[in-house]
Design a protein around this ligand. Structure first.
Ligand code: SF4
Ligand code: SF4
Length: 315
């Protein structure tokens, strides 16, 4: 995986669109910017703008791990230790309501070795799908909503892009973005494994998932306050981009000086929508439906970092 450096690649056309400025800067927001800048300046690799934002306590490394030839064995073992217990707990909960294919379960628990990466490019997004070599099957996905809303019931974190701040703030009838940030968000800094090994430190503005949420609640599973009794989102159609993108996570790679958006599944054990098939084309509709949105989100996420509203730095 090649990190995307904003200074080395040409921005894509859709990034050049104009957008509303943030007008009123609250003291909390100044503090936030200071936190972001401290994190960014302490990194030896500042400026790196991979899109790392996921809503499920799940790093891009997790998405990329099952089929990445670049990740060494030690790292693979470490990550397995870090992730498998949580995934196993999530799968146990999932199995109370849904039938989970034992093979899929083994894959998510990293018990299947012979897995290769199958890619398909749709629009501006290159999707990565695991291919189980012995079974000769791809892992595909479709959303089972409204029968399922697990991703909102066991919400992990809601990082906001700068566009989300305006969109969600407006939906909640805030006239002033800084007031929205003050009342409805928390700022969290955390570390997670990076796709190439090592650690990445991230700082993001996150939408509160429950009343009275504090920084201490970051990273815990919470039933989101915007989930209604019918399984819908009361913020829809202005829900955060990271929610729209689930169960995909996206990142940017430098492709000959241009940014290429990649997407892979987040295998957290919470989503019953995964299935296996010998025909990867069965997922064509989902790929087409998600392509523009994933691309758009990756651009917004990258821009959020460049504008100083989030930070990621490698160690
Ligand atoms: S958990 Fe999966 S199947 Fe359920 S609503 Fe979310 S994306 Fe759809
Ligand atoms: S904001 Fe809406 S879509 Fe996102 S987790 Fe909450 S209820 Fe689900």
């Amino acid at each position: 995986m090649i990190p995307f450096w904003a200074s080395e690649t040409s921005p894509l056309d859709s990034e050049a669109t104009s957008r509303p400025p943030f007008l009123h800067i609250s003291s909390r927001f100044v503090l936030y910017c200071s936190t972001v800048n401290t994190v960014a300046s302490s990194s030896s690799m500042r400026g790196q703008t991979i899109s790392f934002q996921t809503n499920r306590l799940f790093s891009v490394a997790d998405a990329y791990l099952p089929f990445s030839p670049n990740i060494n064995t030690r790292w693979r073992m470490l990550l397995t230790e870090l992730s498998s217990e949580d995934i196993a707990v999530a799968l146990d909960l999932l199995e109370k309501d849904w039938e989970v294919d034992p093979l899929l379960k083994d894959f998510m628990l990293r018990k299947i070795e012979k897995v290769s990466d199958h890619t398909v490019t749709v629009g501006s997004v290159t999707y990565h799908m695991p291919y189980l070599e012995d079974e000769k099957k791809y892992i595909l996905w479709t959303c089972l909503w409204p029968d399922c809303h697990n991703c909102c019931d066991r919400q992990g974190r809601l990082p906001l892009t700068s566009d989300d701040l305006i969109k969600v703030g407006g939906k909640l009838e805030y006239k002033d973005v800084s007031e929205f940030i003050e009342r409805e968000t928390i700022t969290a800094t955390w570390q997670e494994p990076s796709p190439g090994g090592g650690t990445v430190t991230l700082t993001t503005i996150n939408l509160k998932r429950k009343d009275g949420e504090t920084e201490k609640d970051d990273g815990t599973h919470v039933s989101c306050r915007f989930l209604d009794k019918d399984g819908g989102c009361t913020l829809h159609p202005d829900r955060p981009g990271v929610c729209q993108m689930y169960p995909f996570s996206a990142w940017l790679e430098n492709d000959g000086g241009r940014a290429r958006v990649h997407a892979a599944y987040q295998f957290t054990g919470d989503c019953p929508g995964f299935y296996m098939s010998a025909d990867a084309g069965e997922m064509r509709t989902e790929h087409e439906n998600y392509s523009e949105m994933i691309y758009d989100y990756a651009m917004k996420s990258s821009r959020t970092t460049r504008e100083g509203y989030s930070a990621s730095s490698m160690h």
